[in-house]
Design a protein around this ligand. Structure first.
Ligand code: MG
Length: 364
């Protein structure tokens, strides 16, 4: 077994990951997961469920448990004591809005927004994850005052088709495909940004997409979305009894591709190149491109709902600049400072941001 593929679950309490083999020593490829923000060392070995280490059927159970845990509606209290305690640690960004904005005075606010589950509701069919017109209006207004980027797991073209605002930066495929705005709004920084750190993987991704389409045939409800630098195997519409079979088939394909790794998001298995690049790296790149690489006068705000957004939250914590906002109705382990419950609250937060900026402008 030489396959470095790993599974990363959506909740830390669940089986965080199942390592199925060794690591690739090439400097380009993560040496490997060890350097990933989802560092395996975060989870001490004795915390791994026996099922993962025993292999065989038991390993499959671990996969299914992890897939089950990625459903945000299961086994969690939305209003209980746990939630109250969590809200103390991660207050509502609306509740402490004034406090947040006092940190933004005299600084350039830069907005980073995830798409699915942040600007649009999570829906059964990922092709229909449309954003509400009012949300688009809110994002459009925000972009009038602040450099704004969409950072999504989807491919850049697809997320652009949903958002359709040419004045934004777009970082698709978990930040592996970045492009600046086609219309000029902000004077500072480079508008003609283009960054594709995993470009050499494109032929491999296309090949694996074709194979996966074939392999998952026969599993009702399973679909594969080609997000260019990330292949998303959706199991939202798959009967739970078939999740193990689906995971096995995906893992079977990846055995032949040690340079790809498997991670898990909300009701989705994702296959990505094992390069050291993620949403966190993407926002560092964008801040640099905007001319705020070493600036103290910038306040980045990142809003997202998924495990992959944690990489970005972590970067902001490390920089000691700005803050992450996790969109979640349920308590989750997170590096975000604040929280919002759902996309409608994200919209309200963005609207308040615009109103705040307009009020500041009026007073000067
Ligand atoms: Mg999301």
């Amino acid at each position: 077994m030489t396959n470095p593929n790993a599974v990363i679950s959506d909740t830390q309490s669940a089986i965080a990951m199942a390592i199925t083999g060794g690591v690739n020593n090439s400097s380009l490829f993560s040496p490997s997961i060890a350097n990933s923000p989802y560092n395996i060392n975060l989870f001490s070995r004795n915390k791994f469920p026996k099922s993962i280490e025993n292999g065989g059927m038991a390993k499959n159970v671990a996969w299914v448990d992890a897939m089950r845990a990625s459903s945000p509606t299961r086994n969690h209290s939305e209003d209980g004591e746990e939630k109250k305690g969590w809200m103390v640690k991660h207050p509502s960004a609306l509740g402490v809005f004034e406090e947040i904005m006092s940190a933004a005075k005299m600084k350039q606010v830069v907005i980073f927004l995830d798409y699915d589950g942040t600007l649009s509701p999570i829906v059964e069919n990922p092709e229909q994850a449309y954003m509400a017109p009012e949300m688009r209006e809110a994002v459009k207004n925000v972009a009038k005052y602040f450099p704004t980027a969409i950072v999504s797991g989807r491919c850049r073209a697809k997320v652009y088709n949903f958002v359709r605002l040419s004045e934004l930066y777009y970082a698709g495929s978990h930040g592996m495909d970045i492009k600046g705005p086609s219309s000029r709004k902000h004077q500072k920084g480079n508008q003609n940004v283009l960054c594709q750190p995993a470009k050499e993987f494109l032929p491999m991704m296309t090949e694996v997409h074709e194979i996966l389409l074939e392999k998952i045939k026969g599993i009702d409800g399973a679909s594969v979305e080609n997000n260019k630098f990330c292949l998303s195997v959706h199991f939202r519409c798959v009967e739970e009894e078939n999740w193990g079979d689906l995971a096995d088939r995906v893992k079977g394909v990846l055995k032949d591709y040690p340079k790809l790794r498997l991670t898990q998001g909300r009701k989705v298995l994702e296959i990505r190149p094992t390069i050291k690049w993620d949403k966190g790296k993407a926002i560092e790149f964008l801040l640099e491109s905007l001319g705020y690489g070493n600036s103290k006068d910038v306040l980045p705000i990142y809003i997202g709902d998924d495990r992959t957004d944690e990489d970005a939250f972590k970067v902001l914590r490390k920089r000691g600049q700005g803050f992450g906002i996790l969109v979640s109705k349920i308590p989750k382990e997170t590096q975000a400072v604040y929280s919002l419950q759902e996309p409608s609250e994200v919209m309200y937060f963005l609207q308040r941001l615009v109103a705040w900026k307009r009020a500041v402008a009026r007073n000067h």
